[in-house]
Design a protein around this ligand. Structure first.
Ligand SMILES: NC(=O)c1ccc[n+]([C@@H]2O[C@H](COP(=O)([O-])OP(=O)(O)OC[C@H]3O[C@@H](n4cnc5c(N)ncnc54)[C@H](O)[C@@H]3O)[C@@H](O)[C@H]2O)c1
Length: 247
């Protein structure tokens, strides 16, 4: 029996990078997976993956409350319930505070923090209604824990994700809803296309392993946290960073 047989998961931002690798991991371990993502490319990727009618794409902007409600509703309509929420969608578009216009700050906070709040809010509501717990994993970052010059709005949002995770974990542990977060180091995904090649090389050197992470290495940790193997892990922000925050 596979670890996620009979389980239903939602992955936001599941059409690329870490979210896509996690969608594939969940599917390979028996889950049914609904992906909420706002890009057309994501839709193509997920529809191509859906060979056994166990994957569902729901076009969703995570900053839009009605669209998040719709994502949960469509998931429950199709698969009958919700066991796992991976609130993962995020962007990197940042800079020094003096150059960071209010609209760019706001967009980062909206997607990277408010998007997690909305996904968690309606996942918790659904899980409470079902009455048999659930598991939520939020995507933070090493910048939930340590700063980097110019990572201004991103760091503020990811720091917020860490404490939001702890707050929800403390609030809903008694109802059997475990809430955790991940703190990946720099991972080789399209998100890093936003940084110039020189910076990518410097970022690589900040990891004692001497390389960037792979999305699949994050997906395995998410699957662990989401599974019953992590039954006593509550409110954690799990570092998966090739040693970045150890030095
Ligand atoms: N790549 C890294 O180095 C790294 C490191 C730490 C944390 N993270 C975090 O991991 C998460 C995933 O990043 P990734 O590297 O896989 O990036 P990615 O760009 O490969 O994938 C992000 C996905 O999120 C989707 N998305 C973006 N905004 C959205 C919105 N408003 N509504 C719905 N979908 C939206 C995109 O369409 C895309 O499919 C993000 O939260 C990111 O901050 C990434």
């Amino acid at each position: 029996m596979a670890r996620f047989d009979g389980k239903v998961a939602i992955v936001t931002g599941g059409g690329s990078g870490i979210g896509l690798a996690t969608t594939k991991q969940f599917l390979s371990e028996g889950a049914k997976v609904a992906v909420g993502d706002f890009s057309d490319k994501a839709q193509e990727v997920i529809e191509a993956l859906n060979t056994d009618d166990n994957a569902l794409f729901v076009k969703t902007d995570v900053t839009n409350e009605d669209q998040i409600k719709n994502l949960i509703q469509k998931t429950v309509e199709k698969f009958g319930k919700l066991d796992i929420m991976f609130a993962n969608a995020g962007i990197l578009n940042d800079g020094d505070i003096t150059d960071l216009e209010l609209n760019r700050w706001q967009r980062t906070i909206d997607i990277n923090l408010t998007g997690v709040y909305l996904a968690d809010k309606y996942a918790v509501e659904q899980m409470l209604k079902q009455g048999n717990g659930g598991s939520i994993v939020n995507t933070g970052s090493i910048h939930s824990l340590v700063a980097m010059p110019s990572i201004t709005a991103y760091g503020a949002a990811k720091g917020g994700v860490k404490i939001l995770t702890q707050t929800l974990a403390a609030t809903y542990a008694k109802q059997g809803i475990r809430v955790n977060a991940i703190a990946p180091g720099y991972i080789d995904t399209p998100l890093l296309n936003a940084v110039n090649p020189g910076l990518k090389e410097r970022l690589t050197k900040l990891h004692p392993l001497g390389r960037l992470g792979k999305p699949e290495e994050i997906a395995k940790a998410v699957a662990f946290l989401a599974s019953d193997d992590a039954s006593f892990i509550v409110g954690d922000t799990m570092v998966i960073d090739g040693g970045y925050t150890s030095v």
